[in-house]
Design a protein around this ligand. Sequence first.
Ligand code: ADE
Ligand code: ZN
Length: 348
Amino acid sequence: MTWTASQVAQQVAQLPKVELHCHVTGTLRPATLAALAGKYGLQLPRPVDQLYTYRDFYDFLEVLRLVALVLREQDDFERVAYEAIEDAYKTSNVRHIEMSFNPQYFIPSGAGYAAQVAGLVAGIEAAERDFPVSALLLASFDREWDAASAEETMDLILSHRHERVVGIGLDGPERAGPPAKFEAVYRRATQAGLKKTAHVCEDNQTLAEAPPSHLDACLDLLRCDRLDHGYNLMASDAAIARARDSGVYFAVCGITSVAANRERRLDAIGRMAAAGLNTTLNTDDPAMFHTDMAHTYQHVLDGLGWGWQEARQFSLSGVEACWLDPQAKADLRRDFQAQIVELEAQPA
Ligand code: ADE
Ligand code: ZN
């Protein structure tokens, strides 16, 4: 391939992509956030452009939970899901997206679980009509809440079972909720045939707070099918070997909440790939991190000196790691391969 750097950037933007690690609350356009805050008479603590700048990881989590307070009615969830998919498709050619939502964030301000799902699904269905994209939902627990609250949320997930909600996740600060705390609730998910992921070994937590041993807990106790992040496990040769041998996919994110951590994040992503771990590339919280999938891909390629081959590999690994049913996954794989062949045929 003899494309120039700017041609590669254009091709990377057009590459079909799968987004597997994306929090609904992190996708709100600033204008949508302002409009919804206005609708409920909520005062934001600082202007939106400053709201999405964080002192540290914990400040970011506070803002994330604050933003969640503007989602109250079914229509709000519909709007936000639709806009998240529209943005992902239009900016980055995202063709399949798995979005996480935290039922626990919305229930206290009046949105019942069934209304949350109904709104998100309505937004997804409208977006699927307008754009060539598919979407699934993961219900996520904030690990800072206690295990009993996660159990109550699991009761709701199971009593309002919806085919779009295919799995569960675990987010928030790892130091406040090690994986073992959620073993029982994850066992119920396994029994119910739900897929499972969890944030683990996140690099904005210290090695003591988010140690490599959490990988074992996620695989053995939670029986996770996929994992989010994983960077801190690179501190342990045993964890690296386990991660590689397990074949588990890590949904890594190219941009992190605090700018000062970005170099370290890139370094970890490079080392995970070099060690032979299976990774997919994602945004985490696109609006809240001022990014999108195309920008995230380019950021990682530039930062690691990577090019088209690595971008192409991320595109296809997203397909392999996604939780579509086997037929839909095979169709998506074929579609991605065809799009890639077409992109590669474009003259330099
Ligand atoms: N919620 C949204 N993004 C998160 C992250 N990167 N880590 C933990 N919880 C989150
Ligand atoms: Zn996340």
